[in-house]
Design a protein around this ligand. Structure first.
Ligand code: PRP
Ligand code: ZN
Length: 296
């Protein structure tokens, strides 16, 4: 594969839990991904960048080596690789809010567990040996780490290890294998990483442009425009509840003295519970609408 040196290269997961969201994010940033026959790379039609579809575990290496200027990868994979100092020539430039999961230590359901000390002298199977070692060291615990590439959840049943340390997202895998999580080693989500290897200036410029587009998408993703009516005496309480809203617009309602319309951009998710609280505080006619584009 020949690499076009004038273009940016972005490594994303080929398939798996982050793949669709990664493409979606780039699409939302206005990048048109060409549907080619090549399943290793794809050209962006309207931005000088190419995508590379790789295994998530390879993304830190690609970005570290500067083969790709950017990568989208789970923090779990990234931090595991960052603990190997030779590899860590990258920096996290954005947290992406998808692919949330936790790296957790789990034990058979019936096992007695009374805190990290219960891990002393145990065998723990994992595909994240460095993160696990770091956790154990932090707690001053000596235990054997059994490295496995996959199917870690089978280890206790096979008698290979007493505990496992693996990713948990919905918890279905643990449940199906009659395991329960006992410790959290790392909370993870997808992140955008950039190489810290110096490159040509025009590429750095392209990188900045890409980054500001992605920042724009992230800023609008959770943001909502919220409108509601309120009485004068409830205004203070209501504006305090509005999530992440700065300086809401408050205008008197025509023909209803003492009543106001409140409009605000909320830069955090607006949940049903929030609406319930607003209502209890005296808000009515609450409308929440998505924001399509925003430039801060
Ligand atoms: C992880 C992990 C578990 C599963 C947990 O594997 O190894 O098997 O996800 O998810 P759950 O809590 O929703 O059941 P993943 O699919 O990420 O594959 P990989 O780590 O082998 O790439
Ligand atoms: Zn993987």
């Amino acid at each position: 594969m020949l690499i076009d040196e004038s273009r940016l290269h972005i490594a994303i997961q080929k398939s798996g839990r982050l793949a669709d969201h990664s493409r979606g994010l780039l699409r939302d940033a206005g990048l048109r991904i060409q549907n080619g026959r090549n399943d290793l790379t794809a050209r962006i039609e309207n931005f000088p960048a190419d995508l590379m579809f790789v295994r998530d575990d390879d993304i830190p290496t690609f970005v570290s080596d500067g083969v790709c200027e950017f990568g989208i990868v789970g923090e779990n994979v990234l931090q595991e690789s960052a603990l190997d100092e030779r590899e860590a020539r990258f920096e996290i430039v954005a947290r992406l809010g998808f692919g949330r999961c936790s790296l957790r230590i789990a034990a058979p359901e019936e096992a007695v567990y009374s805190g990290p000390d219960s891990l002393a002298g145990a065998r723990i199977a994992t595909s994240y040996p460095r993160l696990l070692r770091h956790f154990l060291d932090t707690h001053g615990i000596q235990a054997d780490i059994v490295k496995m590439r996959g199917a870690v959840e089978l280890a206790p049943r096979l008698g290979i290890a007493g505990f496992i340390c693996d990713l948990v997202s919905t918890g279905a895998t643990l449940e199906a294998n009659r395991l329960r999580a006992v410790e959290t080693v790392l909370d993870s989500e997808a992140v955008l990483v950039r190489t810290t290897r110096p490159g040509p200036e025009d590429k750095a410029e392209l990188g900045t442009r890409l980054l500001s587009r992605i920042d724009g998408v992230l800023a609008t993703r959770d943001s909502k425009y919220i409108m509601l009516n309120a009485t004068g005496e409830s205004l203070k309480q209501i504006t305090a509840i509005l999530p992440g809203a700065e300086a809401p617009t408050i205008v008197p309602l025509h023909g209803r003295p003492g009543h106001f319309a409140v409009h605000a951009v909320c830069q955090e998710s607006v949940f049903w519970e929030t609406l319930q609280r607003l209502k209890e505080a005296g808000a009515s006619a609450i409308l929440v609408v998505p924001i399509e584009k925003m430039m801060l």
